[in-house]
Unconditional design. Structure first.
Length: 261
């Protein structure tokens, strides 16, 4: 009968020390450990550095997905509104966002934003004032604190990629108000996902021709002309100044999505 306490050896090289730590294989000098994982867990508290290690971060990431899926799983049809956190409350852009939120709520859509101030607050406010569901998916940032007061259902994320998954998974459309790098990031990520058919029937609306027109023209006159996108790709963007037009695009896309599901 084999000695259960004997040092394990690699099957490829019986002279190579080998130890298994759960699914992890340790060989050579790595195989020498004087304690087991559960012993280290239960024996003493030890230093707190482990909460900043990558394996622990995996659990935090997992928890963010679980919380996000759990909170949003029963969300009705929804549209996400992006826009700058720097939009002032007395600006026309704020009123545009507020009206957009109200119109989307009136059309039966929950309104999802990044939960911050500015244009995001405007859209949440419009939806809430119109009696719709106002959702905020916040992110931990050094210069922004908490969700705006017009969020009815909210969650804060540590990780951008977990938050982005929620935007795409639980929205039927993106509407972009004038915004900065964050808005551009979400805009182009959505376009790539639609272009590569990772998501389908997903319109991306740019609301504000004066603000977005230069970008739209550059894509058409430079990127398209140079063969970096196709004519079909240009159809993924809808540029307008009309809120009713924007809401209609969202509704038509949702109806098309329903017909295929």
């Amino acid at each position: 009968m084999a000695d259960e306490n004997a040092e394990s050896r690699s099957p490829e090289n019986p002279h190579l020390p080998e130890k298994q730590r759960g699914p992890v294989v340790l060989r050579r000098s790595r195989s020498v450990e004087t304690t087991t994982t559960d012993q280290r867990l239960l024996d003493s508290r030890g230093p707190a550095d482990w909460v900043h290690t990558d394996p622990w971060r995996v659990l935090r990431i997992q928890a963010e997905f679980v919380e996000g899926f759990g909170m949003l799983a029963e969300l009705p049809r929804a549209a996400t509104v992006f826009g700058s956190a720097r939009t002032s409350a007395d600006s026309p852009e704020y009123e545009l966002g507020r009206e957009l939120g109200a119109r989307l709520a009136g059309a039966g859509f929950a309104v999802i934003t990044g939960g911050g101030p500015g244009a995001m607050e405007a859209a949440n406010r419009g939806a809430s004032e119109a009696g719709g569901l106002s959702v905020g998916l916040g992110i931990e940032l050094p210069f922004e604190q908490g969700l705006n007061p017009w969020v009815d259902l909210g969650i804060n994320f540590r990780y951008f990629f977990a938050r982005k998954t929620m935007f795409v998974k639980y929205s039927q459309a993106f509407v972009c108000l004038p915004g900065g790098f964050g808005t551009l990031d979400e805009l182009f990520e959505a376009l790539v996902l639609v272009q590569t058919k990772k998501v389908t029937k997903f319109p991306v609306v740019l609301l504000g021709t004066e603000y977005w027109g230069g970008l739209y023209d550059w894509i058409g006159k430079t990127v398209l002309r140079d063969g970096k996108v196709s004519e079909k790709d240009m159809d993924l963007l809808h540029l307008t100044d009309d809120i009713d037009d924007a809401v209609e695009v969202v509704q038509e896309a949702y109806q098309a999505w329903e017909e295929t599901h």
